[in-house]
Write a protein that binds this ligand. Structure first.
Ligand SMILES: O=C(O)CCC(=O)C(=O)O
Length: 362
């Protein structure tokens, strides 16, 4: 696609803007009033947290769930159906590695600009160091920079496109991604069982072993006018499952709950798991992806690592026939993930408009 060859305007690094000491953010980052986070102080925002689920009995030194009535499976089931978001603790990924990864990436973003520019990305693949999602000229932008890289499929894994600084970064990415892929695979089994399907069902639906997996590290610099902008606009994740390692000390992620936004309170060494659009399609909307966004603040920068576990990109994803009945016909047409993600790559984050438009098109 021609429009995805290059950025429509010169790229401005948000971190550089923030560090320049400006007192007012440029107009390009000012959101329309309805999208601003000022509702934070309204009574609409509930003081609740997304469910926190302890996977200890399920994964670590255990043989797996005891059966469909397993209490942990039940908690996962309720969280998927009710929230589309939950936090997991005792998940089997090394907490020390998680902390080291986050700190290495923080170090990366604090390297001199020239060191990061070597990895500057283009909208063609989005791989590398970037500062915007979407290629629409004149779009209102988000207050964040990021780094995007592929881990799977194996043919897209290119260590040269991963930062070589700090020196341990590449090694950590490889080990972290391996462990997070394992955890994602286990969660896929739990979700399959909870849909009343064989445990390998969703994995097979995603194309088997050589699925897609990529990492986006988000860096949200301090912002002099946080009430006027967002670190990341409201969106649902286009892929399958997302495992987010948030900044432990700086909340920022907000999850849509009916008409309000719930600010997630991150738990130490936990992952925040959420359902993506492809899982919504495959499960025929039994599981739903949920809109989320990120707010920023003037006192602290924030780093988060979003690991996306996606279907193989060139196979059609459609509602599983096992989940289609007379009462619940297939809600979505088949589409490959490559076709599907062109939307967000072109338009940038836009709430749940894409998956909803597929439904209404029928
Ligand atoms: O930074 C966060 O907490 C959320 C990031 C996110 O939603 C994303 O990368 O898609």
């Amino acid at each position: 696609m021609k429009s995805l060859q290059s950025w429509p305007e010169p790229v401005v690094r948000v971190q550089a803007l923030s560090e320049s000491g400006i007192r007012a953010i440029p107009d390009r980052y000012v959101k329309p009033p309805s999208d601003r986070p000022s509702v934070v102080s309204s009574p609409m925002v509930k003081e609740v947290n997304i469910p926190v689920i302890d996977l200890k009995g399920l994964f670590v030194g255990a043989n797996g769930p005891s059966g469909p009535d397993d209490p942990t499976l039940r908690q996962i089931n309720e969280a998927c159906r009710d929230w589309g978001f939950f936090q997991v603790v005792n998940h089997g990924v090394d907490p020390k590695l998680m902390r080291m990864m986050r700190e290495s990436w923080r170090e990366f973003f604090h390297l001199p600009l020239e060191a990061k520019q070597r990895y500057a990305n283009s909208p063609c693949t989005y791989e590398g160091y970037g500062s915007r999602l979407g290629v629409e000229k004149g779009a209102v932008l988000d207050w964040s920079d990021y780094y995007f890289l592929h881990y799977m499929p194996q043919c897209l894994r290119n260590h040269e496109k991963w930062p070589d600084l700090p020196p341990s970064c590449r090694e950590q990415i490889a080990e972290y991604s391996k462990q997070v892929v394992e955890l994602s695979g286990r969660l896929m089994k739990m979700l399959s069982l909870n849909l009343g399907l064989p445990e390998d069902f969703l994995q097979r639906g995603f194309g088997g072993e050589d699925i897609g997996a990529c990492l986006r590290v988000n860096f949200y610099p301090k912002c002099p006018q946080p009430d006027l902008t967002l670190g990341l606009s409201s969106h649902s994740d286009p892929g399958g499952l997302t495992l987010l390692l948030p900044d432990e000390n700086v909340p920022g992620l907000q999850v849509r709950r009916d008409e309000s936004w719930v600010t997630v309170n991150p738990i130490s060494d936990a992952f925040i798991v959420n359902i993506g659009d492809q899982m919504q399609v495959l499960s025929n909307a039994i599981y739903k992806s949920v809109e989320h966004r990120v707010i920023v603040n003037s006192a602290k920068e924030r780093v988060s690592l979003a690991f996306f576990y996606n279907p193989k990109s060139d196979i059609p994803i459609a509602p599983a026939s096992e989940l289609v009945t007379e009462d619940r016909p297939a809600l979505y047409p088949a589409m490959t993930f490559d076709e599907y993600r062109l939307y967000i790559r072109t338009k940038g984050p836009r709430g749940k408009s894409q998956v909803e438009s597929l439904k209404s098109a029928r």
